[in-house]
Ligand binder design. Structure first.
Ligand code: GLU
Length: 273
């Protein structure tokens, strides 16, 4: 078993991140497997080296260890470009010059409660007059019919075998941006490439990403990538029941450390959170 924790250094780690990292760590430890760390820093406008340093420090404090060197997505852009090129040769992506807002959202892992961009209406699909230095969108309908029926196996809270629902993907995700114009990739493309290249057997992450798993499974089929098992865990919420976000600095691990808590105290809190 090989698991991973894949934070984006856009803020301090909070209790929710600690839960995710510890879940991935415990699963790997429990099976004599390996835990990897990956820094998901494709969004150069929001990522900061000081956050990355703080993340490493917090994770070490929690008692986690990982093989070096740690992979940074910002250093792997040619790999993502190559994958995009393959999709392009297969006629599965098309350039799009529509609103920047949709495109910006493609960089971040979609999170529960975040306002979702409306499903893209396909305006640029089939156009032949567009420049190549545009954003690139997946032609979802075509991709789904090429891939045929797909399923994925989940061992987390929705444990079982899940069929990928084409209608659900068409209505919920649509022709998603796989490559932002300025960076040439997106969260969705980078995450499936790296999980495959790093030999991740169990993708451990929060339940807020459960609904994009069908898309990730589809990308794996299109790119001939090995298929991991997913393990989506519950989300740690604040007193109002909202998923913790980067802005919740009150729950930052550094705060608990400053208050003199030990990692075992944090684990106890998480068990009841
Ligand atoms: N970088 C993503 C995040 O910060 C991780 C998503 C994943 O684990 O697939 O939420």
């Amino acid at each position: 078993m090989r698991t991973r924790f894949a934070p984006s250094p856009t803020g301090l780690l909070h209790l929710g991140h600690a839960f995710s990292a510890l879940t991935a760590w415990d699963l790997a430890q429990g099976s004599g497997g390996e835990f990897l760390l990956r820094i998901e820093d494709i969004d150069g406008t929001r990522c900061r080296p000081e956050y990355e340093a703080a993340i490493l420090d917090d994770l070490r404090w929690l008692g986690l260890a990982w093989p070096e060197p740690v992979i940074r997505q910002s250093e792997r852009l040619p790999l993502y470009r190559e994958a995009l090129e393959r999709l392009r040769s297969a006629g599965l992506v098309y350039p799009c010059t529509c609103t920047r807002r949709d495109i910006r959202e493609a960089l971040a892992a979609p999170q529960e409660g975040a306002s979702r961009a409306a499903v893209y209406p396909g305006t640029c699909r089939g156009r032949t007059d567009l420049p190549e230095d545009a954003a690139w969108r997946l032609d979802l309908g075509r991709a789904l019919s090429l891939a045929g029926p797909l399923y994925f196996v989940e061992t987390g809270i929705e444990a079982g075998r899940h069929g990928v629902d084409p209608d659900g993907l068409m209505e919920g995700i649509g022709d998603v941006v796989l490559a932002r114009r300025d960076i040439g990739t997106s969260y969705h493309l980078a995450v499936v490439i790296d999980d495959a290249l790093q030999g991740i057997t169990h993708v451990v992450r929060g339940m807020d990403l459960f609904e994009v798993t069908g898309l990730h499974r589809l990308l794996q089929a299109l790119l001939d990538l090995p298929v991991p098992v997913w393990h989506h865990h519950r989300l740690i919420r604040d007193a109002n029941g909202r998923r913790l976000a980067k802005r919740d600095d009150a729950r930052a691990i550094v705060r608990y450390r400053a208050d003199g808590l030990a990692p075992a105290d944090l684990r106890r809190m998480l068990a009841h959170a």
